[in-house]
Write a protein that binds this ligand. Structure first.
Ligand code: C2E
Ligand code: MG
Ligand code: MG
Ligand code: MG
Length: 278
């Protein structure tokens, strides 16, 4: 066998690759454990209007690792998607976010908030996805009208009719939908028109160099014009400077998310920020 494989055999013994594979399965086992041990936490990043007033927040998962400290989702969400761990993880996020929504709905400062929850493609394609969301709403008593689900364009590579049907089902309960990282994926404009969406989120990669890169500036203006003509809301992601904010406002953007207004933070920190006097 080794002989037949010829010189390609060497890659089986490539120590770097070996290390990568065992790192990956070690990470997988560790994530499975972390999920069980309730090491995942939700942070919340403010979404604000042009005057900086809070409209809602996006739930962003973090892994509070006993040894590694706070681990970013960029490090474990892709792995969770590959291994299927995203299913229990996603369900936990949905329930925890809905529970937070209920806690916030008791306060006059946050009663009108919406909460956005990221949903991965694999999670959305689960046959019982709609039941899972309705189950989380039901179990917590959260108001579906205050919940927004963030989907990505990669979802649209599969059966679009089925996707639309699921979205319509949840919309009948009042759940809203955003298309996340818009502009980075594959959506054709005809799908965009048919999907029952509430808003587009302009990906931060276009916002970053808005003021120096004419292509990015053109893309952002085009997305804003498109959203306007399709009657969709828009949230600009990754807003870090007042220059970016002014540009976005000039072309009609009305909702913003980014470090200029606040980083993702634990819920009690967000609440404290709302009551600076206390
Ligand atoms: P996303 O949904 O597009 O979330 C926005 C990301 O941009 C967040 O990264 C946020 O911290 C970051 N960000 C916000 N404002 C700024 C800014 O002004 N500048 C810069 N440079 N970055 C900013 P984060 O929290 O690391 O999350 C990364 C991605 O992981 C998310 O991108 C989302 O795709 C995924 N993710 C996070 N939580 C979940 C989850 O609960 N479920 C699923 N399926 N995916 C999640
Ligand atoms: Mg998102
Ligand atoms: Mg995004
Ligand atoms: Mg993203």
């Amino acid at each position: 066998q080794a002989k037949a494989a010829g010189r390609n055999t060497q890659r089986f013994f490539d120590p770097d690759m070996q290390a990568a594979v065992s790192n990956r399965s070690a990470l997988e086992a560790d994530l499975r454990r972390g999920l069980q041990e309730k090491e995942l936490v939700l942070y919340y990043q403010p979404v604000v209007d042009g005057k900086g007033r809070l409209q809602g927040a996006e739930a962003l998962v973090r892994w509070r690792h006993p040894r590694r400290g706070m681990v970013s989702p960029a490090e474990f969400i892709p792995l969770a998607e590959q291994t299927g761990l995203i299913l229990p993880l996603g369900q936990w996020v949905m329930e925890a976010a809905c529970a937070q929504l209920v806690a916030w709905s008791r306060s006059s400062l946050t009663r009108q908030f919406f909460l956005s929850v990221n949903v991965s493609v694999r999670q959305f394609r689960q046959p019982d996805f709609v039941e899972q969301v309705l189950g989380a709403l039901d179990a917590t008593g959260a108001n579906p009208e205050r919940l927004k689900l963030e989907l990505t364009e990669s979802l649209l590579l599969a059966d679009v009719e089925d996707i639309i049907a699921r979205m319509e089902h949840l919309r009948r309960y009042g759940v809203g939908f955003s298309l996340d990282d818009f502009g980075t994926g594959y959506s054709s404009l005809s799908y965009l028109k048919r999907l029952p969406l509430d808003q587009l989120k302009i990906d931060q990669s276009f916002v970053r160099d808005l003021q120096t890169d004419p292509n990015d500036a053109a893309i952002v203006r085009t997305i804003l014009a498109l959203a306007d003509s399709l009657d969709l809301g828009v949230v600009a992601e990754g807003v870090e400077t007042t220059g970016q904010l002014e540009f976005l406002q000039r072309y009609g953007c009305k909702a913003f998310q980014g470090y200029l207004f606040g980083r993702p933070m634990p819920p009690e920190v967000l609440e404290r920020a709302l009551r600076p006097a206390l």
